[in-house]
Write a protein that binds this ligand. Structure first.
Ligand code: MTE
Ligand code: MO
Length: 327
């Protein structure tokens, strides 16, 4: 039953599109140029975000640094990035996180850091972000369900934060935990998963320069449905590793439990590196459905690449590991 939650079937995917359809039609009628001038003073961010009305969009993030390694592929639209989500704390349908996360309060926010490190304790997120340069990085996101996006994240390398806590030589892994707040997260009022959602990385994966902590997307602070106010982005791994709304970080000596591999170990591994050669027991991972340009979620399939196209940067970390284990 539980193992059946992730499905690569497009039935539920119609929801976010139809939700936005009316609003989009109205905006189209006004003309995109007029809308751009209506929605705010930051013309650049508005253009990137297309025709979403400002009332539904978080504020723009100032002073973003450009990152030279960004993907050149067509970005998935703001509407799809923020309307087609997996965030089971708000429900299992793709439109649930956008529709049912309005009560969630990502501010103020504290992160508890514990385990094998010299510096531990509870930290206010605003303090943690002081002195950190936020970048825009356009990464591919490949969900284990065989759909994918191209997302302009705003954030900083996880290593920048982790190094401040001075992990000891015993810190072999890092464990992350999502907040548990059933009053604000309707999905958590059902036992669809063992809450809280937890994930983990090996310490070298966590310290890898591609591993990002995101606080924004499309030049704006993260909407609740994308994991506000702080979420992980590990672009060479299946999307479920990229845990949202993080409140706990723990340095551990042994491999931490992770939600999906605990729930269905034969279907979701700890490593979960994107691998077109290792099929999911219930579907092929050889190709993926790219959600691009926002107009239609039913785009043609493209080939899935080893490590989601990041093999050159990350494959050496897994020399000697059985490719099956990578999944
Ligand atoms: N806490 C939490 N984090 C989560 C999930 C979740 O259900 N709960 N879903 C994961 C999955 S399966 C994917 S594909 C990505 C989706 O991120 P996005 O909605 O920002 O695109 O978030 C991941 N992080
Ligand atoms: Mo996913």
């Amino acid at each position: 039953m539980r193992q059946r939650l992730f499905e690569p079937i497009p039935s539920s995917e119609i929801t976010p599109e139809s939700v936005y359809l009316d609003r989009r039609t109205v905006l189209r009628g006004l003309g995109a140029g007029l809308v751009t001038s209506l929605v705010g003073c930051d013309g650049k961010a508005e253009a990137r975000a297309e025709v979403m009305p400002s009332a539904t969009m978080p504020a723009a993030i100032p002073n973003l640094k450009t990152w030279p390694g960004s993907s050149q592929e067509t970005k998935t639209s703001y509407r799809d990035v923020t309307g087609y989500n997996n965030f089971y704390e708000f429900g299992t349908a793709k439109g649930d996180p956008a529709l049912r996360s309005g009560r969630f309060k990502p501010k103020p926010w504290t992160v508890e850091v514990s385990g094998e490190a010299e510096v531990t304790g509870r930290f206010d997120l605003d303090d943690l972000l002081k002195g950190i340069t936020l970048e825009e990085r356009i990464y591919r996101l490949r969900c284990v369900e065989a759909w994918s996006m191209v997302v302009p994240w705003n954030g900083f390398p996880l290593a920048t934060l982790l190094n401040r806590f001075k992990p000891t030589s015993k810190a072999k892994y890092v464990r992350f935990e999502t907040i548990q707040r059933p009053a604000e997260m309707p999905g958590q009022r059902s036992a669809i998963m063992d809450w809280p959602y937890q994930e983990g990385l090996r310490i070298d994966e966590a310290m890898h320069p591609l591993t990002l902590l995101a606080v924004g997307v499309y030049g704006r602070w993260l909407p609740n449905q994308n994991g506000a106010p702080l979420r992980l982005v590990v672009p060479w791994k299946y999307g479920f590793k990229s845990i949202k709304s993080i409140v706990r970080i723990r340095f551990t000596e042994s491999q931490p439990h992770t939600s999906w591999s605990d729930m269905a170990p034969d279907e979701y591994g700890f490593y979960a590196n994107v691998n077109p050669a290792v099929d999911h027991p219930r579907w092929s991972q050889a190709s993926e459905r790219r959600i691009a340009e926002g107009v239609s979620v039913f785009k043609s399939r493209i080939e899935t690449r080893p490590f989601n196209g990041y093999a050159e940067q990350v494959a050496s970390m897994y020399a000697g590991l059985d490719p099956k284990t990578l999944y």
